[in-house]
Write a protein that binds this ligand. Structure first.
Ligand code: ZN
Length: 59
Protein backbone atom coordinates (compact mmCIF):
# COMPACT_ATOMS: atom_id res chain seq x y z
CA UNK A 1 0.00 0.00 0.00
CA UNK A 2 1.41 3.32 -0.99
CA UNK A 3 1.38 6.30 1.29
CA UNK A 4 -0.41 8.42 -1.30
CA UNK A 5 -3.37 6.61 -2.80
CA UNK A 6 -3.20 6.93 -6.55
CA UNK A 7 -6.91 6.87 -7.10
CA UNK A 8 -9.76 8.00 -4.97
CA UNK A 9 -11.83 5.10 -3.84
CA UNK A 10 -15.49 5.44 -4.61
CA UNK A 11 -17.95 5.45 -1.75
CA UNK A 12 -19.10 1.99 -2.67
CA UNK A 13 -15.55 0.70 -2.77
CA UNK A 14 -14.78 2.30 0.57
CA UNK A 15 -17.93 0.97 2.17
CA UNK A 16 -17.34 -2.49 0.79
CA UNK A 17 -13.89 -2.46 2.30
CA UNK A 18 -15.21 -1.35 5.65
CA UNK A 19 -18.16 -3.69 5.63
CA UNK A 20 -16.20 -6.63 6.98
CA UNK A 21 -13.59 -4.88 9.04
CA UNK A 22 -15.29 -4.53 12.26
CA UNK A 23 -13.57 -6.44 15.00
CA UNK A 24 -12.20 -9.42 13.17
CA UNK A 25 -9.99 -10.01 16.17
CA UNK A 26 -13.02 -9.81 18.39
CA UNK A 27 -13.77 -13.25 19.62
CA UNK A 28 -16.72 -14.05 21.79
CA UNK A 29 -16.06 -16.75 24.31
CA UNK A 30 -17.78 -17.93 27.42
CA UNK A 31 -16.33 -16.76 30.68
CA UNK A 32 -14.73 -19.72 32.44
CA UNK A 33 -15.94 -18.42 35.77
CA UNK A 34 -19.49 -17.20 35.27
CA UNK A 35 -20.31 -18.54 31.81
CA UNK A 36 -21.25 -15.11 30.50
CA UNK A 37 -20.37 -14.29 26.91
CA UNK A 38 -17.30 -12.11 26.90
CA UNK A 39 -14.60 -10.95 24.57
CA UNK A 40 -11.50 -13.07 24.66
CA UNK A 41 -8.43 -11.29 25.93
CA UNK A 42 -10.71 -8.94 27.81
CA UNK A 43 -11.76 -8.78 31.39
CA UNK A 44 -15.19 -10.32 31.88
CA UNK A 45 -17.68 -7.53 32.44
CA UNK A 46 -19.92 -9.74 34.52
CA UNK A 47 -17.53 -11.05 37.14
CA UNK A 48 -14.46 -8.93 36.45
CA UNK A 49 -12.20 -11.91 35.99
CA UNK A 50 -9.37 -12.29 33.55
CA UNK A 51 -7.04 -15.25 33.45
CA UNK A 52 -8.64 -16.70 36.57
CA UNK A 53 -7.84 -13.55 38.49
CA UNK A 54 -10.34 -10.98 39.59
CA UNK A 55 -9.26 -7.70 38.06
CA UNK A 56 -12.30 -5.51 38.49
CA UNK A 57 -13.99 -5.07 41.82
CA UNK A 58 -17.43 -6.59 41.74
CA UNK A 59 -19.95 -5.75 44.42
ZN1 ZN B 1 -17.26 -13.85 34.13
Amino acid sequence: MSICPKNKSSKGHRDARRANWKMDTMNLIKCPKCGELMLSHRVCKNCGTYNKKEILATD
